[in-house]
Design a protein around this ligand. Sequence first.
Ligand code: NAI
Ligand code: MG
Length: 323
Amino acid sequence: MKIAIVKGDGIGQEVIPPAEKILRHFLPGAEYFDVKVGYEKWKETGTACTDDDIKKLKSADAILFGAITTPPDPDYKSVIMKIRHELDLYANLRPVKGDGFDIMVVRENTEGLYSGIEEIGEERSTTLRVITRKGSERIAKAACELAIKRGSTKPVVIGNKANVLKSDVLFRDTCIGVCKSYGLEYKTMFIDALTLDVLMQPSNYDVIVTTNIFGDILSDACGYLTGGLGMLPSANIGDAHAFFEPVHGSAPDIAGKNIANPIAAIRSAGMLLDHFGYCEYAALVEKAISASVSMGVCTKDLGGNYGTKETGEYILTEIIKEE
Ligand code: NAI
Ligand code: MG
């Protein structure tokens, strides 16, 4: 197995090493290699992510990614968007777990309002929202497969705004068709009311499938349920590639201080293990994280006074203890 490691910018440099260490602990036989992309690289070379970098990323079975700073420079092209498109990582999986709830937001990752088709003017700017049957079908299938894998007893929730956005009629109805073909129960909900209800009654939800920007906002909002951005991992999955990253960004406000919470990154490594069938290892990672947090061995954002490194080391020690 080949695993590409992209630390990226800011706290990516700090939270990825402990996550990589845990991966190496479980998969010592895998081949690891670093790929440097991001803003720092852009400042040095004028290119944030070259075609050769994409080639290297494509050669990996899995990618563990930190975060990248997006400067407010109009010439700077989003590296994340480029990678998602080039590797066709169409399913963005964002689990949100806490006391009494375990939600999986399945966000379509390649089309919708992030189509990249835009006309920017002084007086009028437009962004085209693209929904395709193929795109909706494959994300709905990913959601249904997950519902089965998770042994979900709750309906697959289809988050949409089909009452206003006619493009969402295609999304909603395609998802309904896929759920039916899997013999799974489903429920359609409008994304605005859904977002509030998830926050108020999280235990009512399991798999939620939705379009690109709705899933982006919904999963960040769900961060409220779990102690903030430092806790939230994600996976970006395509048919040929798999990419794992914390939901948070490069956090320049706390970078270089050894205070960033490494749990989101470590959980992303856990999702990698789970994705490749090492479910027991993934469960060990979760257990060690719970132990560490409940012992108060955590970073400032969770009320602790441990550093990024120290927290990561403690979690690894807990893993070794549990084995
Ligand atoms: P951010 O997620 O980097 O930070 C938001 C807030 O949460 C900050 O106050 C930060 O200190 C805190 N935070 C984030 N991660 C944390 C952690 N692990 N532990 C403790 N606190 C944490 O989002 P922001 O500030 O909007 O963006 C900063 C930069 O990151 C921007 O350049 C943005 O474009 C980029 N970004 C990159 C992403 C990616 O590479 N996937 C995703 C989101 C933002
Ligand atoms: Mg976001």
